[in-house]
Design a protein around this ligand. Sequence first.
Ligand code: ZN
Ligand code: ZN
Length: 763
Amino acid sequence: MRFTKAVWIFLLTAALLLLLDFLLPFRVNPRYSTLVEAADGSVLHAFLNEEDKWRLYTELEEISPTLRTTLIHKEDRWFYFHPGVNPLALVRALSTNLSRNKRSSGASTITMQVVRLLEPRPRTYLSKGIEILRAFQLEAHYSKDEILQLYINLVPYGSNIEGIKAASLLYFQKPPEVLSLAEVMALTIIPNRPSSLRPGKSNTYLLSERNRWLQRFKEEKLFDSQTITDAIAEPLLAKRVAAPQSAPHLALRLKSEFPDTPILKTTLQRARQSTLEKLTYNYVSRLKAMNIRNAAVLVINNRTMAVEAYVGSADFNDHTDGGQVDGIRAIRSPGSTLKPLLYATAFDAGLLTPKSILYDVPTNFQGFEPENFDQQFHGKVSVEFALANSLNVPAVQVLSQLGTTAFLEKLKKAEFKTIQKQSSKLGLSMILGGCGVTLEELTTLFASFANQGQFSKAYYLQKPEFHNPTSLISEEANFLINQILTQPTRPDLPNNYAYTYRLPRISWKTGTSFGKKDAWSIGYNAHYTVGVWVGNFSGEGVPELNGANIATPLLFEIFNSIDYNSTAQWFAQPEGLSHRMVCQETGQIPSSFCIHQIEDYYLPGVSSTQACEHKKSVWLDVRRRMSYCPYCMPETGVEQVFLPNDPPQLTQYYEARHISYEKIPPHNPSCTRVFGNASPLKITYPVEGSTYRLNRKDQTRLALTAQTASDTKTLYWYVNDVLVGSAAPQQSVFCQPSAGKVKISCVDDQGRVKTLWIQVNYD
Ligand SMILES: [Zn+2]
Ligand SMILES: [Zn+2]
């Protein structure tokens, strides 16, 4: 009977405890500071937690055997054997308290200390009772190691420092797992009297306390005698320092992305990060006299795509120039930096090879008339010259040939987010910087050039989700870009670079945005891709700002700092790439009249195999004063010659600049087909002598249309002697002439010309 009663009491008590546990759950959710670590596990950056405390999360593996032994021996040597409360110690403490009539916490186990740290209560017997129940509850839900970990994380060190990790970092500048026995000892005794034992200028009291405890351990033979003797001899160098604040932009970025992760393990290389932070700071300090006040730098390891350095601005603490702005994610105009991707895409589309000839002459692309950076034109240029010299007209010409849709598709593949959003509004000007990109996007794109055209996202945190790389451009086209971008003789080298900088072997591309607001220089070798942006976060333009002179010197300095005397092999030529002879005049397959031939790369089965037409056959009289068409050609006194077959925009350019070139003699004046009364070429719109009103705001444009003979295939339209476009006869060309008297001319492919004058006014 008594037995049953005992069982009942036991069961009821157990049920009551379970019910209490259910009704009053112990919420163990300490708010930790966010800690950002470098790749080697050292602390890069620490944040205060929400309660403005340095409470850093210690992982179990950071608790070294020395720390564990010292702590348990000192605080609660039966920790692993009691159920949260040590009954013997409790009884002893109770009797001491009763006899001396004062309370002591000597009976506190580590578990009970954790309870008090989590839920502070006034010191009463009732509180003590609750704490004992809570200690049982904690033990029921957590393992001993987890409870020890909580203690290590919460133990107060005075001021706003909590937990051994924060104390270790702020007093000894190292993580807890590498602390020496002497340091561990000091850290385990400070919480006894956090104010008088706090490390500082004079550590005499702390030192004597430390050695008193070590001596005690020696007597108790906790560690071997020599270890303790050495520990006693060790000087005490603890001193409070400021929390590490390296890589502030990335730290803030990751903290906002992962607010509940106490430790963020990044891929940043600690030494590299701090070197580049200093380098960028010093570099921008030298530019401030020119009113250039900021810069951002991103370094990607090409093999792993891990980001190794992230410098968001020249000086995070500079409040006047927006030092907190993250220049790596700021949306800016790319200037010319997208041109390599455009040419690579055109190589893959078969449109071009490095020796293909493009025309760098004033050209009107349906109202858009690009100019070069130096406001000069270079006439006939090869693709490699156009890219290495970053010429604008050829780039726009290539984009118009390739089509903006195809290029936007490519940029989408390379994950240009802002461009995707803007895509419906983007036109040919995007290749000259008329779109928005970030340094992060650009640097990632260039890292794909260092990876045979395979695109992968760069990442910042260790153990990223794995993504298969996407093929952005072919290995062959990619190699051609690498070769062009490594040419050492080019205008976008910084002034006097030879005297100032050691030139690393890299491929790189510069960019300068419209209005001189952004200077870019993005470079790579097999090891690293480095992106550099220099400018003002305010968006203020500066006349001296350009990619070559302002961004490239910093790029070179960085390469010389991170990969001096690089062991990186240069990129190998892919097997799919072959050589062929082409005509120097066009870069196309030589015809019988193509005397000057040069060697060029090409992609077999991809590159265009069009035969060169740099000359055309013309019938002339023997004195070469007059040309004939088959319609008016006399039966004798004529000879067939091959004359330059230059496109009208090029001859127009030669004329305007008084550059001599081989002209086709005028057409036989008595040819009735071309000059007959019923001339088959007639401008139908606009009408001679009329006045046209256009509106600049609505972007209204004037249509140009003509009637032609059936033998005409193409019409060329000129406004004030500048070619504005060509079209099939039944199509219109649109233009936006300047106000005033305007000359409109139409030329057909047979050489017929019609000209009229109109008046244009703008609302
Ligand atoms: Zn030729
Ligand atoms: Zn004729």
